[in-house]
Design a protein. Sequence first.
Lengths: 258, 439
Amino acid sequence: MTTARPRLGVFKLTSCDGCQLTLLDLEDELLAIAAGLEIVCFTELTSASDPAGPFDVVLVEGSVSTPQQRAHIADIRARTRMLVTIGACATAGGLQALRNFADHEEFVRAVYARPDHIQSLRTSTPVADHVRVDLELRGCPIDRGQLRELISALLAGRRPNLPQQSVCMQCKAAGQVCVTVARGIPCLGPVTQAGCGALCPRYARGCYGCFGPQVAGNPAALTTRLKVLGQDRAQIQRAFRFINGWAEAFRAQGEGDA
Amino acid sequence: MPEERIYKVELLTRVEGEGSFVLRTVGDTVVDARLSIFEAPRFFEAFLRGRTIDEVPDIVARICGICPIAYQMSAVWALESALGYAAPAAIRDLRRLMYCGEWIESHALHVFLLHAPDFLGYPSAVEMAADHRALVERGLAIKRAGNRIIELLGGRAIHPVSVRVGGFSRAPTRRELLALRPELCAGLAEAEQAVAWTASLPCPALELDYTFVALRDDRGRYPLEGGDALVIDGRAPVPLAEFEACFIESQVEHSNALQCRLADGTPYLTGPLARLHHFADRLHPRAQVAAEAVGLATTIRNPYRSIVVRAVEIVHAFAEAIDLIDAYATIEPPCVDLAPRDAVGFGCSEAPRGACWHRYEVRADGTVAAAKIVPPTSQNQARIERDLIGLAPELLALPHAEATHRCEQLIRSYDPCISCATHFLRLDIQRTEAPACDR
């Protein structure tokens, strides 16, 4: 790191704003972060935003779903040293990637009252499909603690320490009673990356995959387990085709024989 | 030849989502006033079709990272009404408590971090903090207290996980809730001071002729988590099921969001000013005292003054949250299973920025056949354009940069939630252009 403060850009593509809001939700650290980083562009926070950069670090939320965004993200990449995607939209296409599974012709006819006024790609895709990504923060939304760790690591010039195990492991470590074993509730915890602190089981429901596939997960084995629970093919497919449905490891689950 | 002036901002800042505006005048005539929303559409109503009823609260939360609870609440009311279920008072109170958290969080974000810099002359709260650190810290403390409520009830501040059709997946214990009380009491005191501070801010003069629309709470409370009808100035209240006959959405060329107006074409205003106008007498006594202390009128037609009303609503939300916690008894069971059937249901709640109306058609197999969601910012969109026209005469005497900023500040005073507004391009073209109602 140079002695100058790292120049930060925060950008949004197709998304709900929740991940960049997480930055503003760091209530106790926000002013310290603003002192440690030079906020060059963050339109939700400041009118003194300069999208031209250049940037040492860029946080991008949202998926690529319009032709303009495709050009925009390439342009941002060219002016950025370290590009970090934040959230399920940016890392996997997001909930709106459900359109990727739809019959395009029917979908367009159904949705556009005046299609000539709207520019939208037929797919919603992760940023990494379009440009090189240096680091990703998973989640829908991202976890505040993980974001804090990311920023601390950036300021210290080290790699962030982000857990790579499954939600299931965190859940066990927290001493939670398993919702699947004890109550027969379908749960994606065994194949979903940790980060939320096993939130859903703690709130008496099954994990629905906000943090996307865990790197060494075995979704096919979980599919088998879900069948044992009495889930049919359509139910299993719906479970995977959700917040991170376009993530490669989740995409095909529930297809074929059942 | 009269002089042409163009005021425009290509990318609105300190708002949620992506939009721009242009206001063009020739002499003293406005020839164009447009709020353009170019945020990419996400087609929520399309992919809700075929999903299960249980999945809806998790899906619609993703419409907005700032007001996910508004979407979850409107949805569960609509779906429960479709399934013939009226949630018991205890569940409704718990939902109201959670919604208080969202109002506090969202209003504090807007008042202190997004809107206040306009009044004090800073590009952002970061620069503002250099001179007004205590002020920004107060805002952050209030915001954090709101988030704590949501985190306890729903697990996390954004896209909470506990809101279910039929109740909550998990209800808090009384002990957990009481642990929040000190932070809420401190927040209430901070918020009361914030009312006096917002009222003291230098505010541009402007009076506009609004038609105010707000949700009526059928339990006689200030509009918030639910209700049975929308009240409109000078007209009969509109039951939720009749919304589509009285409020008409249409697509306009310059926006990815549909614009909603009354059936006769009148643009209307929803949000804090409308709630106060119709229901000031239902504010919590603490909020009434705070409002009276600064001489706040119950009908305010100056949009810049909305910052004061938001501060009053923060007081209300804190005071009510404390009352709800004090009255809370553990709910068992927190959720009931509801049998699916072929039916249609309607729901509405007051998002921080205005009424959020939902309609769902559900099937006996437990899936959604059709969904229609009308978010507050698409309702306010036409009104914002009308406001720009109303503002134009005030701009002529101002330097260009200041005039442009005055426009942006006006739009910001709506706390527009642009991501919310864009995702509702109609599925059913016939329904969008219903000839009986269309202008």
